[in-house]
Design a protein around this ligand. Sequence first.
Ligand SMILES: *[C@@H]1O[C@H](CO)[C@@H](O)[C@H](O)[C@H]1NC(C)=O
Ligand SMILES: *[C@@H]1O[C@H](CO)[C@@H](O)[C@H](O)[C@H]1NC(C)=O
Ligand SMILES: *[C@@H]1O[C@H](CO)[C@@H](O)[C@H](O)[C@H]1NC(C)=O
Ligand SMILES: *[C@@H]1O[C@H](CO)[C@@H](O)[C@H](O)[C@H]1NC(C)=O
Ligand SMILES: *[C@@H]1O[C@H](CO)[C@@H](O)[C@H](O)[C@H]1NC(C)=O
Length: 423
Amino acid sequence: MRLSLLLFFCLHGICWTKYTCVYQPKVLYVKEGESVTIPCSYTYPDYYRRKSQIIVTWGKAEGRYCSKITKNITDPSGNIVDDEYKDRISVVNNPENRTGSITIRGLKATDGVTFCCIETIYTTTSKAFSWFDIYGTTLTFADGKSLSQVEELIAVPGEEMVVPCHHPLKPPEKVIEVSWNSGDDVCRYTEDYRIYTWPQTFPEDGSLYSMVNFPEDVSLRIHGVRRNEHRSFCCRVTYSNGQYTESRFGTELTIAGPPSSGPFNVTQSYNITGHRGESVTLSCSYSPYMESDVLGVDIYWRAGNISGPYVYHPYKEMVHPNYRGRTGIIRVADLHIQGLEMSDASMYYCFVMIRWCRETGKHQKRIQYGGGTRLMVTASTDDKTESHLDPSVVIIASYLSFKFFFPLALFILVKIWYRNVTE
Ligand SMILES: *[C@@H]1O[C@H](CO)[C@@H](O)[C@H](O)[C@H]1NC(C)=O
Ligand SMILES: *[C@@H]1O[C@H](CO)[C@@H](O)[C@H](O)[C@H]1NC(C)=O
Ligand SMILES: *[C@@H]1O[C@H](CO)[C@@H](O)[C@H](O)[C@H]1NC(C)=O
Ligand SMILES: *[C@@H]1O[C@H](CO)[C@@H](O)[C@H](O)[C@H]1NC(C)=O
Ligand SMILES: *[C@@H]1O[C@H](CO)[C@@H](O)[C@H](O)[C@H]1NC(C)=O
């Protein structure tokens, strides 16, 4: 049954979707007065493509779930219907790649709510179906009063890594305990979901995990990620007065697979040579994968080996300082490095993460890396011509000629003159 469906839906490497999903990041950290863009991507069964109209609108949820939308922000024609946002919101819709976004400017404390992207399919029989991502996107003000964690991280088996957790700059009381738990979509803080506690009481053999620097930095260090470590890591901090703060969603860790181990392939160029001071592009591509089911693609590049430092990462702060500000992604997944230095000569690995709609309302992701590209860096041709006329050599030569040859010449001249006079 499964196979026949697959055969039916996949022809020439392109598959057609059967499911509907809407995807938004669960949390975005924002600051008052700044602006934020909330992205949304969606899929729908292919048979709706010609027969129906697909519209994206935005609403605001009361509480935490988009199942309770209390106010529409936009209407089906794209007009802003919520007066609170009349001059502060702009809406973008890209039906060709099934994405949309809203940008909110001049953020106020009251914007710290959940924003929901709603996909509505109007069929010719004038029926309408609506879909949304149950968690929407909650804007959280980075006010130093709550915990913050990054939404997702990647790792390869065996890697040593840190899952960051930042607690308030000025905790209300002394931090006395940290607990790391796992979760599915949301964090679970019961005993069954316990991963690690500090001061260490769980697990008894805590050698797999440690604290980065308790109590200042309660981030979790994992000593050797396991193949089945694919889950969310949720941080909870307890204070001396018995109160605690905890993350709602945690950090989702996805374990990367080797080339051609999964549903798509990542291909990189083998060897490439660049010149010092110039820029270079390392190519990376992936085989088409259920194109119309895809909700998003994220690209990462690492140097040295597959667990080496990040040269490119969707979170800028994760990029190694030697590369920060010098790298970017062009086209789909190609790495562009500017201002090449001799020390950039290394192996570079491209990681591709694809998130797709597995079944209606459920998305899944998979990450794979390529076989690596060897970058060689040569001194540029300009350098070579410069080495013949090195400015320091010129300066030293003129200095020496001034210091020694000028007085010598003067001495000879004076001597000739003196002889002429005395004769
Ligand atoms: C939002 O608009 C839809 C139609 O686009 C309507 O069915 C729904 O009741 C509205 N919701 C609210 C809370 O006004
Ligand atoms: C979708 O298309 C728009 C306009 O063509 C583009 O600006 C945007 O980056 C695209 N989004 C993705 C995720 O490819
Ligand atoms: C990936 O590459 C391997 C070997 O080159 C090939 O056998 C396999 O069919 C490819 N898979 C996909 C999904 O393209
Ligand atoms: C890439 O460079 C290495 C080392 O210089 C060499 O051994 C290898 O054969 C090269 N591979 C290709 C495909 O050119
Ligand atoms: C990978 O690179 C990192 C950092 O450069 C190094 O610490 C680690 O030992 C390397 N791992 C392997 C397996 O070579």
